[in-house]
Design a protein around this ligand. Structure first.
Ligand SMILES: Nc1ncnc2c1ncn2[C@@H]1O[C@H](COP(=O)(O)OP(=O)(O)OP(=O)(O)O)[C@@H](O)[C@H]1O
Length: 316
């Protein structure tokens, strides 16, 4: 699909304020720990998503990325530690209350209603902002109609920003995969979040769609001025868009730095290439899961797609 030029987009009108003009508060994980029986899926992890930045969480399969996301959004409870958004404590808040506290989440597996229109799907994201119960909406009171129209207008503006305004009244299921992903992000933005959480936004996308998503992520940060936390396997996307990267391995934070530093970090390269079996065994408890050596994607790629570590092995 063709993405509209930034200047053509309408993200703010006089009747409705922009999504978030004041800087968002920092999202802070302090020693966050999540356990599943004997498995410590998230082990004493701390990091800060600085206001208005794109922050990526990466790591090999089973590293704890999804657990981290689910802990922030209240799906999993912390065994210990704390998660805050500014002055608001998020840890252990039920997921249905998280949107009201300023987190918008787009899902890895699209959770759209394929038969509902794009606009209706995006409107679902505004429910946390809509006052009045079903009864008042059912009675079609004048103030309700006015309020609803304002929300519909705002949802349409967000779709315009995401380049899907031409699909507003089509069933979401008829859109291309890339556009459905945009609908999902539009729905997350519809709650006017302070932090947008993207779970593998490039999964299942071709290279053109991935490049468009990268541009979109930049635009969300630069134009809506909200923070973005993303989990992503596509390293080139992460290195392209992220301001800061936290790397997890076996539930622990092994790096937390700017992308260029993370790419060169020996612990990160080792985690992605895999350590000799006995070394891994020595560092993990009997209950801890083990990811296969080399099961991740290499974080440090040169222009020819070769990792520094792989090149050094070749030269020996
Ligand atoms: N609900 C659960 N019950 C038990 N164990 C779980 C649960 N969710 C995750 N785990 C375990 O916690 C560890 C971390 O899993 P998690 O899904 O967070 O990793 P990940 O980095 O997101 O992996 P992937 O990249 O493969 O999605 C894994 O060993 C996983 O098996």
């Amino acid at each position: 699909m063709t993405k509209p030029a930034t200047s053509e987009r309408n993200v703010s009108t006089s009747s409705q304020p922009a999504v978030e003009r004041t800087p968002p508060p920092p999202l802070i994980l302090e020693n966050a720990t999540v356990r599943f029986g004997g498995i410590v899926a998230l082990n004493d992890v701390s990091f800060t998503v600085e206001p208005g930045t794109i922050h990526a969480v990466i790591g090999p399969n089973g590293a704890g990325k999804s657990t981290c996301f689910n802990a922030i959004t209240g799906v999993y409870k912390l065994a210990s530690g704390k998660i805050t958004l500014g002055d608001t404590v998020l840890s252990n808040t039920p997921p249905h209350k998280i949107a009201r506290l300023g987190l918008g989440r787009a899902f890895q597996n699209l959770a759209l209603s394929g038969t509902s229109t794009v606009l209706d799907n995006v409107m679902l994201g505004r429910h946390s902002l809509m006052k009045g119960g079903f009864a008042s909406y059912g009675l079609r009171l004048p103030w309700v109609i006015k309020t609803e129209n304002r929300h519909l207008q705002r949802a349409a503006e967000i779709c315009d920003f995401l380049g899907i305004s031409q699909h507003l009244h089509k069933p979401a299921g008829l859109l291309s995969y890339g556009d459905q992903k945009r609908v999902d992000i539009a729905r997350a933005l519809a709650s006017e979040p302070k932090v947008l959480m993207l779970d593998e936004p490039a999964a299942g996308m071709n290279s053109t769609e991935t490049a468009e998503i990268a541009q979109l992520i930049h635009d969300v940060r630069d134009e809506l001025r909200i923070s973005i936390l993303l989990v992503e396997h596509d390293m080139s996307l992460v290195m392209d868009v992220a301001d800061h990267v936290t790397v997890l391995d076996f539930g622990k934070r092994i790096a937390d730095d700017v992308p260029s530093a993370v790419q060169k970090d020996p612990a990160v390269i080792r985690a992605y290439l895999g350590a000799p079996e006995d070394e891994v065994n020595a560092e993990t408890s009997a209950d801890q899961p083990k990811h296969a050596a080399g099961d991740g994607q290499l974080p440090s790629l040169d222009d020819n797609g070769a990792s520094e570590a792989a090149k050094s092995e070749d030269s020996q």
